[in-house]
Design a binder for this molecule. Structure first.
Ligand SMILES: [Zn+2]
Length: 506
């Protein structure tokens, strides 16, 4: 994902050094001879720095903020109102607290997911959204079951070393006795295919860590996650009997992180589980000294028949072009770990709160804004596919915005195509006050990807993701990890962006 330069503010009068001097002048901080050429001794440099700092602290470093120089730019007043209303109301956090503590995790097809659908409908109505409705969709029903166990048996002792594991979503279970086998550790699929890999009849241990040197954790995740999604297939193709995968987090702790795996018809379905990063290190260290140690894995997970569920929709109907729709979405399902607070309870609340804020402020956008809480993003994308496939006569989608990176401090947006980027980057100034003016080229996200395939421009809210993979798909993804103000600012950023697109079109 290539980061593009934030566009320059066009209305800004003068360059930054000039603005600092302007501030100095306004404050009565005269430009004495210390600025004249050839006169720089260290004392004076120190004095200049102190003056500059002092004037900056007094708020006179930006001409746009200086008294008598406030040229309002389009939507600036509305954006400020949205931001202060979001922070002042505290509603976003209240809604997320309600969802996460009264319902909790919401795996597709589970009774909790069914409750979450009703919760979303009630919450949207309470927020006074219009045309609140369910769009039914059949979803997979995978259940974890009560047994998730693994242990190491070193070859030279009778000791048993327990390992924390969690089944990967969609995995088949083991027999009651479990699978006990020697282990082959690899860091890539190529290593597994290499001559001498000797994987037949063994448990394949995928232990490639996320690259800590990446500035964007999402990139490190993207590079490592094929071990989780494709590890079971690769293990089976090499003759392995099960897959153990290092959890997708760069944090060293004893919490295994789940996530979806794929199977292929051409390869046997072998059970697969995630190890905590501490467990993965331990196993790796023991294997280095003891190649014939064995691991036992027991899982009771299984797949049941599909279940009917639903996407949940609510709108602010456009005042001039109601058939032109801007989608704002998150996914209502989560893994059955923690409370699904950041992933993606936060995104659902962002979508509802963005519309609620506009409604509360009496703003009537020209085009329709539609919050869509998609079902089954985590293990099937059935909700996203059903939404995009549905015939909606007379209606067209202008854009689709997704929030699925957690409820952290918003930093900006990624935009799917050059034309959208060019148009919307002109409004980056609206987000600067909350530090969310970083616009990047990139995709919108999994739930809006189906719409993107149909040519709809997509956007994603980008947040500070340094802590995201501490909690992602793990028992630690709970409401106490979400900060109320950070969540509220995300909703405000989405509301501003959605409103601008609804007014201006694309
Ligand atoms: Zn998610």
């Amino acid at each position: 994902m290539a980061a593009l330069e934030e566009p320059r503010r066009e209305a800004q009068a003068g360059s930054h050094p000039h603005s600092v001097r302007e501030g100095i002048r306004r404050q009565g901080c005269r430009r004495h001879h210390v600025f004249s050429e050839g006169n720089f001794d260290m004392k004076r440099v120190g004095l200049i720095l102190a003056l500059l700092l002092g004037c900056r602290l007094l708020g006179y470093s930006d001409p746009a903020q200086a008294p008598g120089n406030e040229t309002p730019r389009p939507y600036e007043a509305i954006a400020m109102k949205i931001i202060t209303t979001a922070l002042g109301s505290g509603r976003a956090y209240e809604m997320l607290y309600d969802l996460t503590t009264n319902i909790g995790p919401r795996l597709s097809g589970s009774p909790e997911a069914a409750q979450a659908v009703l919760w979303a409908r009630k919450t949207m109505k309470h927020a006074r959204l219009e045309n609140v409705r369910l769009e039914p969709v059949m979803v997979p029903r995978w259940v974890r079951g009560p047994i998730e166990e693994a242990a190491i048996f070193p070859s030279s002792t009778h000791e048993t070393i327990p390992l924390k594991v969690t089944a990967l979503g969609g995995s088949v279970g083991t027999s009651d006795q479990g699978i006990t086998a020697e282990v082959v550790e690899v860091r890539s699929f190529d290593e597994l295919k290499a001559p001498g890999a000797n994987a037949k009849g063994k448990i394949i241990f995928f232990n490639r860590a996320m690259d800590r040197s990446k500035i964007k954790p999402m990139e490190a995740y993207g590079e490592a996650v094929n071990q989780r999604s494709r590890g079971a297939v690769a293990a089976a193709q090499a003759g392995g009997v099960a897959a153990l995968v290092r959890s997708m987090t760069s944090r060293l702790d004893d919490l295994p992180h789940t996530g979806a795996l794929d199977y292929e018809e051409s390869a046997p379905k072998v059970p697969a589980a995630a190890l905590s990063t501490v467990g993965a290190q331990r196993l790796s260290e023991l294997l280095a000294r003891d190649k014939t140690l064995r691991v036992r894995l027991r899982l009771s997970c299984k797949t049941l028949p599909d279940v009917e569920s639903a996407n949940v929709l609510g709108e602010l109907v456009g005042s001039e072009k109601p058939n032109e729709v801007i989608v704002i979405g998150g996914h209502l399902d989560s893994w059955d770990k923690g409370q699904g607070a950041h992933d993606d309870g936060a995104g659902c609340i962002h979508a509802i709160e963005a519309l609620r804020l506009l409604k509360q402020l009496g703003l009537k956008p020209k085009r329709t804004l539609r919050a869509v809480l998609f079902m089954n993003e985590e293990n099937g994308l059935r909700g996203a596919k059903a939404y995009a496939a549905k015939d909606r006569p007379g209606e067209s989608h202008v854009a689709a915005i997704e929030s699925d990176s957690g409820g952290f401090t918003p930093r900006g947006f990624s935009l799917s195509d050059a034309a959208t980027f060019k148009k919307l980057a002109n409004y980056a100034y609206l987000f600067r006050v909350i530090g969310a003016a970083r616009f990047e080229a990139g995709h919108g996200g999994a739930d809006v990807a189906e719409l993107a395939r149909k040519g709809v421009p997509t956007l994603a809210l980008r947040v500070d993701t340094h802590r995201y993979f501490d909690y992602h798909h793990a028992d630690s993804d709970t409401i106490d990890k979400v900060h109320d103000r950070e969540l509220e600012l995300g909703a405000a950023a989405l509301a501003i962006m959605a409103y601008v697109i609804a007014e201006e079109g694309l």
